[in-house]
Design a protein around this ligand. Structure first.
Ligand code: GLN
Length: 540
């Protein structure tokens, strides 16, 4: 809302209790969508209580996908939800971990900034947490900053964050902040009852830490009765209309609409003393309708090695939801473990697929299965997309099977290969530290005249996000081009190959970057949209 020049940024804190993984990220994103729908400018920040400086070095099995922002921050996957729901970019400042907080406090201590004082959790760590929260709001870009506190209240590692919220609320003054607490209302099938006691205890824990929540969101499998709502309101000192339910829905994108029905955003605005202009969620509602009422369903294989944990490929899965809806189709993703792909089994596994995607990844495990999948898609003319390592697999496969470079490989997998068609980037050669040292974030890419990519993007130059150490080896560029692998996009400054294509194929595109990070509900990614269209044609 850009009506007044001097606006006070308001802060909303989202905490969670009773159980982890209740969906604080989705609730925060949904509230942001509702407030955007009423004309406010909103951003969302995530505070993560673990000691890793960022999730970049975490195994996807530990923490799901690592999401990459425009400015090259390796972040929690919730930031992906924030961007997909709000359609705006986040940055390094939007994800802060305990590791990062301590790192800056310790660096300051080493510099002598604390002038001989004893450095303590309170006030030094809590001051740093508050500084990081205010940093997002101080730029003056946003009317409202939503800060999601990771973890669950009562956890030892969450305490400094809750304490920082307590202090900040006091400093910001009445009406300038809001605490929303998300809990679970379990349903006891045996007695047919919804239970409120865990919520009461969770709020009590918050109160012990000096924080009174203003609003509650109750996750539930069954509709909450008016009785349950008023009971929770009474025991937790919140107004009855400030108790919302978040019932399981077929798509996460429906959550804002379900909260809107309960006036969730209106109550939040009232508590923040902000006006409530008309809500406009027309485009959003249309999108949700398309997701819920597809005209067709198609199967796409996602080939990777973290297939038991679909969260490892969250942004890709969501990009398919967006692209599917645009094409009035439901995309059924079949997660295929590349280690299980053999020449004998491949027909059975991939024969029925309308499209094949080889996912990003690191290390040699499962690589040969990915290369087999590329070959299968290329020779059977099945629509194919390769992302990052997936694109590198396209290059290796083409080298081995079309150019006849028998042991062609990436030097990530085989340092001694005679044909290093994918090689470590020059600037990566002397890097030994793992954290935050890859080629990260947005870089421009110039599209080749007449390429499929150029038609799809409808642009000459694009910008996409990256996360890799290895690259296409330009020594082989001519050989590949002559053999029919088209170089469709190049970084204008470095000459790094960003896109490869095969012309004599219905749809075969490999990209060194990660298009999935930029796909949002209101801007589905053109590559995914075009890939799904080709997949629908293939299965017609
Ligand atoms: N392991 C490859 C590299 O570092 C690909 C990385 C990825 O898929 N994100 O270049």
């Amino acid at each position: 809302m850009n009506t007044t020049d001097k606006r006070q940024t308001k802060y909303i804190f989202v905490t969670g209790g009773v159980a982890s993984s209740l969906g604080k990220g989705i609730i925060s994103s949904s509230l942001a969508r509702l407030l955007l729908g009423r004309g406010y400018t909103v951003t969302i920040q995530k505070l993560d209580p673990y000691i890793n400086v960022d999730p970049g070095t975490l195994n996807p099995y530990e923490h799901g996908e690592c999401y990459v922002t425009e400015d090259g921050a390796e972040t929690d996957l919730d930031l992906g939800h924030y961007e997909r729901f709000t359609n705006t970019h986040t940055s390094q400042a939007n994800n802060v971990t305990t590791g990062r907080i301590y790192q800056s406090v310790i660096n300051k201590e080493r510099r002598g900034d604390f002038l001989g004082k004893t450095v303590q959790v309170i006030p030094h760590i809590t001051d740093e947490i508050k500084r990081r929260i205010m940093l997002v709001g101080n730029k003056g870009e946003y009317d409202i900053v939503i800060t999601e506190i990771g973890g669950t209240v009562g956890d030892i590692e969450s305490l400094p964050y809750i304490e920082a919220v307590r202090q900040l609320r006091y400093q910001l003054g009445a009406g300038n902040s809001l605490v929303i607490h998300l809990t679970l209302i379990p349903y006891m099938a045996a007695s047919g009852e919804l239970k409120t006691k865990p919520t009461q205890h969770s709020v009590k824990t918050l109160l012990e830490n000096g924080v009174q929540p203003d609003m509650l969101v109750l996750r539930t499998e069954k509709e909450l009765t008016a009785d349950v709502r008023s009971k929770v309101a009474l025991f937790c000192n919140v107004e009855p209309d400030a108790v919302a339910q978040s019932i399981d829905v077929p798509t996460i994108y429906e959550v804002p609409l379900r909260l809107l029905e309960q006036n969730f955003d209106l109550v939040a605005l009232r508590k923040l003393g902000l006006p409530a202009p008309e809500s406009d969620l027309k485009e959003w509602t249309e999108f949700v309708d398309k997701v819920k009422n597809p005209k067709r369903e198609i199967k796409i294989a996602l080939i990777g090695k973290y297939t038991e944990l679909p969260d490892a490929y969250k942004s890709i899965a969501e990009a398919f939801v967006h692209a599917g809806a645009t094409n009035h189709a439901k995309v059924r993703l079949e997660y295929v473990n590349s280690e299980k792909i053999t020449p004998q089994s491949i027909d059975r596994t991939l024969g029925q697929m309308c499209g094949i995607l080889v996912a990003p990844g690191f290390g040699h495990r499962g690589i040969e299965g990915k290369i087999l999948a590329v070959e299968y898609a290329r020779t059977r003319k099945i629509p194919f997309m390769g992302i990052c390592l997936g694109m590198q697999c396209c290059v290796i496969e083409y080298a081995r099977n079309v150019l006849g470079y028998a042991d062609a490989n990436s030097t990530e997998m085989e340092t001694a290969t005679a044909y290093p068609v994918i090689d470590i980037m020059e600037e990566q050669k002397n890097i030994t530290e793992k954290g935050g040292t890859m080629r990260l974030g947005a870089y421009p890419c110039k599209l080749t005249e007449g390429s499929r990519a150029q038609t799809i993007y409808g642009a000459e130059e694009i910008s996409e996000r990256h996360r890799h150490r290895y690259e296409f080896n330009n020594k082989y560029m001519q050989a590949f081009q002559e053999a029919g692998l088209k170089i469709a996009g190049i970084n204008p400054a470095t000459g790094l190959v960003e896109i490869v294509e095969i012309e004599d194929h219905p749809w075969f595109v490999g990209v060194q970057f990660h298009p999935e990070y930029k796909s949002t509900v209101l801007n589905p990614h053109p590559l995914f949209v075009s890939f799904i269209k080709a997949a629908l044609d293939h299965c017609n």
